[in-house]
Design a protein around this ligand. Sequence first.
Ligand code: TPP
Ligand code: SF4
Ligand code: MG
Length: 343
Amino acid sequence: MADATTFTNATQILEPFRGIKKVTIEEYFTSGHRTCQGCESALVMKLMVKASGPRTIVLGSTGCMYVANTTYYTTPWVVPWMHTQLGSSGSAALGTAAGLKALMKKGKIKSEPINVIAFCGDGGGADMGLNGISATLTHKEYNCLILLYDNESYANTDIQVSGMSPYGANTTFSPPGKVKRIMHTRWKKNMAGMMAAGHTECRYVATVCASYAVEMMNKVRRALTIGGPTFIHSLDPCPKGWDYDPMLSHELGELAIETGIFPLYEVEDGELRYYGKTKAIVEGRPRKPVREYLLKQGRFAHFTEEDLAYFQAKVDEMWNKWEVPAVVPFRRLDAAKAALGSK
Ligand SMILES: Cc1ncc(C[n+]2csc(CCOP(=O)(O)OP(=O)(O)O)c2C)c(N)n1
Ligand code: SF4
Ligand SMILES: [Mg+2]
């Protein structure tokens, strides 16, 4: 039996990779999956577990990254992996972290820092499993990371609209018609902003895109090192659901950032840091027009100039009117602004 007195609840200290040449060569998500050609979510899985290393348990909620990665008798996962119910990434992460902690405390298993990562899709995480993720982010004594891979639809069941699908997108639940062109009229949820603002004791929330792979892996490493429950939102171009040539996956990820549609940032202990081209935008670099991103994708092929202008105006609002640009959407009343200004 292991020695219970050695238990410290420590996390692994995962130093950031200082450049692409310093990234470790070992893979823990390998061949044996059946995702579509150009699937960025598969790349996210590969980078996520490369960043975390071998002493990691991965829990996956139902969706493409479960189904396409665990076809009977095959799997690309080299680390221990478990499927969890579609809305359960939060409770699976918390339960696993708590179970490991209890076993180590009782001396039933060796006391060592083991990374616990639960991933979920946008349907499983931002819609169905929001409550469980929220609860987990308040349990600061358990070390776990929840990574939401956002391909902006319920992709595995044939591209149904989710709360993260962009305005106007053509999905199997929102096909443009002759009478009504725009069937999906809701604006996408601000997931990372909501998680950061709503869980004040959660020490780390970040957004990532696999087009910026080293930055992405370093954010995963930070999330696992800092301790407590943490959250990462990854935007993942999906050739099937977004209807584009698979060779464009990387470029579309970049365009999502350069147009300002998806900002890259982290909130660590309440402090906000913008990253890469998002930081450049905050510092004054012009954003690319959203049409450069939207018109490369078949799901927006029905957009008219009016639709493009609406989308652009909403993104402009995020940057020009939100209290914290592209992160926190509140606006102060003039009276509050004046009161603060007069101090
Ligand atoms: C409770 C429940 N409802 C519905 C399903 C059917 N289902 C399986 S995968 C899936 C789509 C999940 O979408 P998302 O979480 O965005 O992951 P993606 O498939 O896009 O990777 C659905 C609806 C299910 N497995 N469980
Ligand atoms: S449908 Fe999209 S997320 Fe699913 S495997 Fe294909 S490219 Fe990946
Ligand atoms: Mg999805």
